[in-house]
Design a protein around this ligand. Structure first.
Ligand SMILES: N=CN[C@@H](CCC(=O)O)C(=O)O
Ligand SMILES: [Mn+2]
Ligand SMILES: [Mn+2]
Length: 313
C-alpha cells in the first residue's frame, strides 16, 4: 500500500491540544501519531483522496482536493472514549485531470486495507471518490460472488449521470456498469434526495435501476430508520457514502452545491449509528468537503463528528 505521508508531514497534520498522555486524556491526533501500522485488524484506517478532477468535470465549485487536510484538522482534537487502533495511510493524489488513474490507486488502497481486516474510511475529494472506494470493495470481494453488496448514499443527489466520462456526478452509474459487467446485483439507495436538485431524467433513471430513495422533506426520524433498516435487510455488506451536501447549507456551507433545505444533522447521525449497529459496514467515505467555502470549519466539524461515530461510536 502506498503511504504518501512522511512522518514529519504526518505530525503536522495530526497535532493539537495535549492534556496528558494517559488513556483518559487521549485525542485523535495523539492516538494516530502514536500508531504504527503493524496490525490493522479491526483498526480504523484513514485514506485521503485529494481530487478536484470530478467536480471540475461536473462544472462545480472546485476545492475538494483540500478536503482530506481539513478533515484531519477537524478530527485531530476529538477526544477518544473507546479504545480502537487508528491509522492514517496518507493520501492518494489525483494530478490534474488524471482521475481514472487516481480512482484505480484508491481502489487498490481500499482493497489492500480491507484485506488487513481494517475499516477503511476515505476522506474525499469530490463524489468521484466513490468510484474508487466502491471498486476497492468489489476487488476485495472478487471471490465472494454470492455476497450482496449494498451502497447507501446520504446525498441530495442521485449521482447517476451519464456523461461519457467519469465525474463527481456519475459515480453510481459507473459502479452500476462495473457491477453489471461482473454479474453482480446492484443494491443502491439514497437518503436525502432534493426534488429540485435532480432532473426528471435522473428520477427516471433511479426508478429504472430500482433505486430506493427518501426525499429530504420526508426525513422524519421514523422514516429514516425504516428506510435504512429495509435497505440493510436486503444486503450482506455495506458501503456507506456521505456527501456533505445532504446537510442543510447552514451546517454544511463548504461544499460544491449547498442544500437549500437539507436533512437535519441529527437524522444523518442517526442513520450512521444504525449502519454501524448493523455490523454490516465494510467501508465508508465522506466527500465533497470544500474548505474554500467553509465558514469557521462548520462543514469540516460536522463531517468529523460523523466520522467519529462511524469509527468509535
Ligand atoms: N456530485 C454531484 N453533484 C451534483 C451537483 C448538482 C449541482 O451542481 O447543482 C450533481 O451532479 O447532480
Ligand atoms: Mn450531492
Ligand atoms: Mn454526491
Amino acid at each position: 500500500m502506498t503511504i504518501e505521508i512522511q512522518t514529519d508531514q504526518k505530525a503536522q497534520r495530526w497535532s493539537g491540544r495535549v492534556d496528558g498522555s494517559a488513556v483518559q486524556h487521549l485525542r485523535w491526533h495523539q492516538q494516530i501519531a502514536a500508531q504504527n501500522s503493524q496490525n490493522l485488524n479491526d483498526a480504523v484506517a484513514l485514506i485521503g483522496f485529494r481530487s478536484d478532477a470530478g467536480v471540475q468535470r461536473n462544472r462545480g465549485r472546485i476545492g475538494a482536493s483540500d478536503g482530506p487536510a481539513a478533515l484531519r484538522a477537524a478530527l485531530s482534537p476529538m477526544a477518544i472514549h473507546k479504545q480502537r487502533a487508528m491509522v492514517d495511510l496518507g493520501d492518494v493524489v489525483v494530478e490534474g485531470d488524471d482521475l481514472e488513474s487516481g480512482q484505480e490507486r484508491l481502489a487498490n488502497a481500499v482493497a489492500q486495507t480491507l484485506g488487513t481486516g481494517a475499516l477503511p474510511i476515505v476522506l474525499g475529494g469530490g463524489h468521484e471518490t466513490a468510484f474508487g472506494t466502491g471498486l476497492g470493495l468489489l476487488q476485495h470481494l472478487a471471490d465472494n460472488h454470492s455476497t450482496r453488496i449494498g451502497i447507501l448514499n446520504l446525498d441530495a443527489h442521485f449521482d447517476l449521470r451519464d456523461e461519457g466520462q467519469r465525474t463527481s456526478g456519475t459515480p453510481f452509474l459507473d459502479l452500476h456498469q462495473e457491477m453489471q459487467e461482473q454479474g453482480l446485483e446492484f443494491h443502491y439507495a439514497v437518503l436525502g434526495i432534493s426534488r429540485p436538485g435532480n432532473t426528471a431524467a435522473l428520477f427516471a433513471r433511479a426508478d429504472e435501476l430500482g433505486v430506493p430513495y427518501l426525499l429530504d422533506e420526508h426525513c422524519e426520524p421514523e422514516q429514516v430508520s425504516r428506510f435504512v433498516a429495509a435497505f440493510l435487510e436486503r444486503i450482506d455488506v455495506l458501503y456507506l457514502t456521505i456527501d456533505l451536501d445532504v446537510l442543510p447549507a447552514s451546517v454544511a456551507p463548504g461544499v460544491s452545491a449547498p442544500a437549500g433545505f437539507g436533512v437535519p444533522f441529527e437524522r444523518i447521525l442517526a442513520a450512521c449509528r444504525q449502519v454501524v449497529a448493523s455490523g454490516k459496514l465494510a467501508v465508508a467515505d465522506v466527500v465533497e468537503l470544500n474548505p474554500r467555502y467553509d465558514v469557521d470549519s462548520r462543514t469540516a466539524r460536522s463531517a468529523a463528528r460523523l466520522i467519529y461515530e462511524i469509527a468509535l461510536g
